[in-house]
Design a protein around this ligand. Structure first.
Ligand code: SF4
Length: 83
């Protein structure tokens, strides 16, 4: 899992990417028995106050909570095992 600071915000942003997990499931299906927490595309974001949250590299990334990912979410069809 990569960790991005606020200076890295927007590196993966694209309006053509799915905006949430529901769209990921509709577009790519699911990977049974796996979660986003085990996926190589999950990125941990931190802010200056030590706050931590997670985003998916393959999804549209915004500053809002709407594009946050929880590690317990069911993995989509693009799941790739984190090393
Ligand atoms: S399984 Fe991986 S690619 Fe799919 S939504 Fe979760 S973090 Fe993103």
């Amino acid at each position: 899992m990569r960790q991005l600071t606020m200076s890295g915000f927007g590196v993966f942003a694209s309006s053509k990417k799915p905006a949430n997990n529901a769209q990921m499931y509709l577009t790519y299906g699911r990977t049974p028995g796996r979660t986003c927490g085990e996926c190589a595309y999950l990125c941990r974001r931190v802010n200056a106050r030590g706050g931590t949250w997670y985003k998916c590299e393959l999804m549209k990334i915004t500053r809002g909570a709407a594009t946050d990912i929880r590690r317990k979410y069911a993995a989509c069809g693009k799941f790739r095992e984190a090393k």
